[in-house]
Design a protein around this ligand. Structure first.
Ligand code: NAD
Length: 528
């Protein structure tokens, strides 16, 4: 990404450094105009019913399917990931989401009655309805530039909201393509809007009148956005970074585990929020064999541009990202880490390439074990016990995902329950973002709120409680006028409901004995 004087962003193919397009950096006025359009569209979109929205979402699926090759090629060109990853990691989630939303959103958000247990509520009924919020601002990162924003936009519009999407300045062409897909699917104007620009455009968006902000990006960006929305008290969901641990138990099969760890650390050149960024191997007779197998597999991965279908690993997104990875690895090396393979940039390949790197002899004092790397680096620690592995895995400011590797599922599940994260996968990693039925989100600096699934839908609606009273029965105990008999009734009622075996009968007597007495007040009390 290069910002030129004419306030445009030049889009760069990270595998070749070629400029492949340019988009405007929209300023606050354009952003406000777009948000106003989205509010206008909300007036009618919120009134559409679920079956209409389900049909529109399935139209999106048809459009994606029709132009899937074009989308995958654009993703691989602007973002650099191999084509297999563009199809599997970028298109699967959105396509499955279309189907899941069309088939389940109505059921998920159907009116619900709530059981009221207190006898004083016996004349009342409670009803929950789920209403659209309004305009949702979606601010997206570059690393999964199609899947991440697409799945959020789909869920938001399915709930009856309208959307203003700000894609990353490092992948704006894919963001624009998302807008075109909704247009081609016949969505009314103003329901899905895409604005292009850098973080100043995103900042302008967060300062407009929005019903909700969904921010996916760095911890630094997330904390700034939180401050930016604070004056308007706009609700926010934050999907931030990770430093995701993998725990390998002694019985884990060597080849399977090595292959899984290598994929989890190096797919998308390690630029995934849920990449494996720390490996804890519980010591066994297989530990050395496992590390050897990991290194052999990492060495055999082919780096190059996505246009070559033999390529396993694409480039980093830009020089900023590449330099950050380089610095973290060099710092670790200086502090005593062993570089078993990789550990160097590959300028000879023409783009922002960095070799898949495996490190041992690392410690939790090193930045490589504490801060997000977001690159193709796998630091490994061999530990003595399962408990030590759990303790080290939890010793992190992040809490997005974790993985546990073992042929003993019961044992692996027990470890999973001890990990402080939003998602744990056993014998695989990373893939659950693409599952529309399961919630996605983290703890600690990885953010808060949940996307995807029933829980993600609840994040996108106003849960309205309607409490109905039939106007029948006695005068309400809590209404005026008060007086000593009302105090006795209230006290007795509470004792009856919540005291132990001795207090209950006394409470009931006091309640019944006083509840029919009209409270008396002396006339002079009225005047004060
Ligand atoms: P980033 O924070 O630099 O930018 C993300 C988006 O926010 C971009 O569109 C950017 O223009 C915008 N932005 C940045 N600062 C802003 C501000 N102050 N106000 C409004 N908008 C602002 O992050 P990135 O480099 O694009 O993405 C990589 C990060 O995203 C990594 O940390 C990664 O772990 C994280 N991520 C998290 C998830 C998740 O689901 N938890 C998924 C993907 C990526």
């Amino acid at each position: 990404m290069v910002v030129s004087k004419t306030a445009t962003i030049e889009c760069v193919n990270p595998a070749t450094k070629e400029i492949i397009g340019a988009v405007p950096i929209m300023g606050p006025e354009q952003v406000e105009d777009t948000v106003a359009l989205a509010w206008e569209a909300f007036d009618s979109w919120q009134l559409t019913d679920f079956s209409y929205r389900a049909r529109k979402v399935m139209d999106v699926r048809r459009v994606i399917d029709k132009i899937s090759d074009e989308i995958a090629t654009l993703i691989s060109t602007e973002n650099g990931k191999p084509l297999v990853e563009s199809y599997l990691a970028e298109l699967t989630g959105p396509l499955d989401t279309c189907v899941w939303l069309a088939e389940n959103a109505e059921r998920s958000l159907r009116d619900q009655t709530v059981h009221l247990s207190n006898p004083l509520m016996s004349t009342k009924q409670s009803l929950l309805t789920y209403e659209p919020l309004g305009v949702v601002g979606i601010i997206a990162p570059w690393n999964y530039p199609f899947a991440i924003p697409m799945m959020s936009v789909l869920a938001a519009v399915m709930c009856g909201n309208t959307v203003v999407l700000k894609p990353s300045e490092k992948s704006p062409l894919i963001g624009i393509k998302i807008g075109e897909i909704f247009k081609a699917a016949g969505f009314p104007d103003g329901v899905v809007n895409v604005i292009t620009g850098d973080r100043t455009t995103g900042e302008a968006l967060t300062k407009t009148k929005l019903a909700k902000v969904i921010f996916t990006g760095s911890v630094e960006g997330g904390s700034k956005v939180m401050a930016q929305v604070a004056p308007n008290l706009t609700p926010i969901t934050l999907e931030l970074g990770g430093k995701d641990p993998a725990i390998v138990l002694p019985e884990a099969p060597v080849e399977w585990t090595a292959q899984g760890l290598v994929w989890g650390a190096f797919t998308n050149a390690g630029q995934a929020c849920a990449s494996i960024e720390r490996v804890y191997i519980v010591k066994s007779k297989n530990s050395d064999k496992l590390i050897e197998s990991i290194v052999n597999k990492a060495k055999n991965l082919k780096l190059g541009p996505a246009i070559d279908q033999e390529v396993d690993i694409g480039p980093m997104i830009d020089e900023v990202q590449l330099s950050k990875v380089e610095r973290q690895v060099n710092d670790a090396r200086r502090a005593g880490a062993n570089v078993l393979c990789g550990g160097r940039r590959r300028d000879d390949l023409g783009g922002f390439f960095y070799e898949p790197t495996v490190l041992t002899n690392v410690t939790h004092d090193m930045e490589i074990m504490r801060e997000e790397t977001f690159g193709p680096v796998m630091p490994i620690m061999v530990v003595e016990t399962e408990d030590e592995a759990i303790e080290l895995a939890n010793d992190s400011d992040f809490g997005l995902t974790a993985s546990v590797w073992s042929s003993n599922l019961a044992r692996a599940e027990a470890v999973a329950r001890d990990l402080n994260v939003g998602t744990v996968t056993l014998n695989d990693c990373l893939i659950t973002h693409a599952i529309p039925q399961a919630p996605w989100g983290g703890l600690k600096k990885s953010g808060f709120g949940r996307s995807h699934s029933h829980f993600g839908l609840l994040d996108l609606v106003n849960i309205k409680h309607i409490n109905l009273d039939s106007c029948g029965g006695p005068h309400r105990l809590w209404w005026h006028p008060y007086g000593p008999s009302r105090v006795a009734t209230a006290r007795g009622g509470l004792k009856f409901l919540h005291s132990g075996i001795v207090g209950k009968p006394m409470g009931l007597l006091s309640f019944l004995g006083n509840m029919w007495l009209r409270p008396k007040k002396s006339p002079d009390k009225h005047s004060t």
